[in-house]
Write a protein that binds this ligand. Sequence first.
Ligand SMILES: [Zn+2]
Length: 335
Amino acid sequence: MEHQTMSFMGSFHPEIMAHELAHQWFGDKVTCHSWADLWLNEGFATYLSGLSYEHLSPMYWPIWKRQKVYSITSEPDGSVFCTDTVDQNRLFSSRLTYNKGAMVVHMLRWVCGDSAFYAGMRNYLDDPTLAYGTATTADLQAHLEAASGLDLDGFFADWYTGEGYPSYTTVWSQEVNNLATITLSQTTSHPSVDFFEMPVPLRFFGGGADTTVVLNNLVNDEVFSVQLPFAIDSVQFDPDIWLVSAQNFVTRVDEADAAAPGVLLHPNPAGDRISWTLPGQGQVRAVRVFDAMGRQVLEGDARSRSLSLGSLAPGGYLLELHTDEGRYRSRFIKE
Ligand SMILES: [Zn+2]
């Protein structure tokens, strides 16, 4: 609990100390204007406890971000914006006011870039109309827009008033000259947002090297061309956890097989074994399973009509069947 120049704590965990210390600025120097702006206190104090990991114990920083994303995406709905401030459980919701609030700050940093984000935040804390007074969400937006030169209306509509989060499918292919084609598609977990416009980071690995590319994703099923200096072995989606997203999938599609039809998999979600029903009469020549990064993780027996999944960790996978009539691919979940 924060009081000007003094913090009250029930324990001395470093994360709690960082959170309460952060309130000297976010809460005490600049106070939320109304209960509806509570996330300006709690989202920031929570984010600054994360920043204490980034700077003092960097090995915990990705774990902290992953835990926040996991908490936020454990339900498909919910906004940082608080519609009913009389409902105390909602007002002090750790998932929405604290965790989603903190990750909205993190994504504002990602969208604005570090130098504009930190400049805008210093201006917000030093603004004579806000310091030792109160601030609204609109005041925060105005300072970040002034520092970055960006129009953040769309961002706040999606991430502050909107509910839920995106799930991305990344489909990639590469030609002999190492030119990669990437298609980014997303579904949203809640109908209040039809599309999250975001810069999307992808890390490409190949031949012992890697490179990270940021794709400014403005429409669904957007196609990007990226010239890479190597042949791709695998692709990692959002490797440094800048985005709130879940159930993401990365897969490779060779140009000629981009429109490969699906095959019926059962059961799906699957336990230790999955079976398939082929639409045609073709003879199966190969059975392969790829993980979310597009790496082959299993090869099946082409004479069998099912495959043991016992060795796979829970998650999303792609099963690919080569037959003498063509190629089929379908996704499944291993529980
Ligand atoms: Zn707090």
